[in-house]
Design a protein around this ligand. Sequence first.
Ligand SMILES: [Zn+2]
Length: 268
Amino acid sequence: MIEQIQRLLGYPELIHGISTRQGGVSVPPHATLNLGFSRPDDPSAVLANRRRFADRVGFRLDDVILAGQVHGTTVAVVGELQRGRGAIDRETTLPPADGLVTNQPGLVLWANFADCTPLLFFDPVAQAVGVAHAGWQGTVNNIAQVMISTMQAQFGSEPANILVAIGPAIGPCCYEVDQPVIGAVEQAFAEHTSQVLLRQLGKQRPHFDLWAANAHWLEQAGIQPANLIRMNMCTACHHDRFFSHRHERGATGRFAAVIGLREVHHAV
Ligand SMILES: [Zn+2]
């Protein structure tokens, strides 16, 4: 039901997890652990799935915060006032923001995925966390940089201290792209970089490497290569384990990536 990142498990103050599509109650094509209310799935099934995932990772669904996801680069700084927004229904979801950051313990930032790239951010020095949703648009428009800049401005984070995990997304093995994407990549990156990011596999159209593109931006923003955690997990290759929009031709569910800081209970 969940994937966790070994490196992040080394920080007891951190809550994090990435759901798989297994272990839920939804029926095909959302079988079984669909966590997205945006899908034409039974909302009570989605809610039951969300509760299972929260229980398994170890947080309260009431502490979750979700924003609308629109393939943009808006990053919202959230805190107590947003606690529970979007957690148990779609109506209370925060206005669109494909990135969320906080330094407040006791909140869990949540974003949904089905091929787009999950980016999880953790600054163990400033004690701040973030999650971003980067499809091809968020990737070429560099939401990764906006996340880092926001953490610097809001929490005094030093990029050299921030750990970033690049979660399961459609890989360069499967993400064949056409002209709008190719043109946007060529415009966003230097020529030699876009040649690497647009892999030519035989006679097929180029395959865009979302993982490497985000890693490129993150390193440019000052993230240490040693602090970049690459899962290298392709959602389309592993469509039995993750929801894949491309593999299932749009009719599929959503898996989640979540991150938060635990509330510390001081001894008296
Ligand atoms: Zn693949």
